[in-house]
Design a protein around this ligand. Structure first.
Ligand code: 13P
Ligand code: ZN
Length: 269
């Protein structure tokens, strides 16, 4: 068996959490990531017959039975993942009942997966239905995105339009737009169900007064989506009430055409 600490998927989790912390997105234990792994890639590092503990999930994820994820721990600080992956991360497999997670590695101090596990698993189910290559669900608390969400109406098309008008990269990176959920109680199955519904259509979903979810086939894709929203939200907030050079709709349409992209319907005039 190879040393799991050097596994590419462990390294990617360490790098992503460290970058997110340094960008100021993940205060204290803020944020969580889950990453769908292939059985074959994990079996190079772990005996898949050896279950360390069984952890109830509090919801049914039948469509994910047998699927394996590396996931951040609840209450764990992103700034600490790199120096102690085995305590701050865990590898779990959804058990045959669909309501239990079998711990295969990690959560060494007796910990468990993120409190947002329902949202993560339900969102994986939704994204896999629209994209077979999907693997990552990433949640974080980026400052300017939350600030922009605080001062803008909770209208997905209007919010998306404001982003596309503030940065020419925005429509190219997220032509499918940004979904928005109202302020809800986090850490519940209810917010998981609502997010999973939104995430069928949008790879990015803002949780009002809380943060954002990004998804993708790779860590770079999920990270890049959130990074671009956050950069654009920063521009929007720094220029709020003063902007005189908003990107016109015909330029946004031209950018989409140039890159063969279909912008979310009903946003551009
Ligand atoms: P966890 O520490 O349980 O992952 O919670 C952090 C968070 O961001 C809640 O939304
Ligand atoms: Zn959060």
């Amino acid at each position: 068996m190879k040393d799991i600490i050097n596994a590419p998927f462990v390294r990617e989790m360490c790098e992503a959490t460290a970058n997110m912390y340094r960008l100021g997105w993940d205060e204290r234990n803020g944020g969580n990531i889950s990453y769908l792994l292939e059985e074959k890639e994990v079996s190079e590092y772990l005996d898949l017959k050896r279950v360390l503990r069984k952890i109830p999930t509090s919801f049914s994820a039948e469509k994910l039975i047998g699927r394996i994820f590396i996931v951040t721990g609840t209450g764990k600080y992103f700034k600490n993942v790199e120096k102690d992956p085995e305590t701050n991360l865990g590898i779990v497999r959804i058990g045959t009942d669909g309501t239990t997670a079998e711990l295969l590695w990690g959560f060494k101090d007796g910990g468990k997966f993120t409190s947002e596990f329902p949202t993560h698993m339900m969102s994986h189910i939704s994204r896999l239905e629209v994209d077979k290559k999907h693997r990552i669900v990433m949640h974080t608390h980026p400052t300017y995105t939350i600030a922009m969400n605080t001062v803008c109406p909770l209208d997905e098309k209007d919010f998306t339009h404001k982003l596309w008008q503030s940065n020419t990269e925005a429509v190219i990176v997220f032509p499918d737009g940004v979904g928005i959920l109202p302020c809800m109680i986090c850490g519940t199955n209810e917010i998981g169900i609502a997010t999973a519904e939104k995430i069928k259509k949008f790879r990015l979903v803002v949780w009002t007064n809380h943060g954002i979810y990004g998804t993708g086939a790779t860590m770079d894709e999920a990270f890049g989506l959130i990074e671009t929203v956050e950069k654009t939200a920063q521009i929007y907030m720094l220029t709020l009430g003063k902007a005189i050079n908003i990107i016109p709709d015909d330029i946004i349409k031209g950018l989409a055409k140039l890159w063969n992209l279909t912008p979310l319907e009903g946003v551009l005039k």
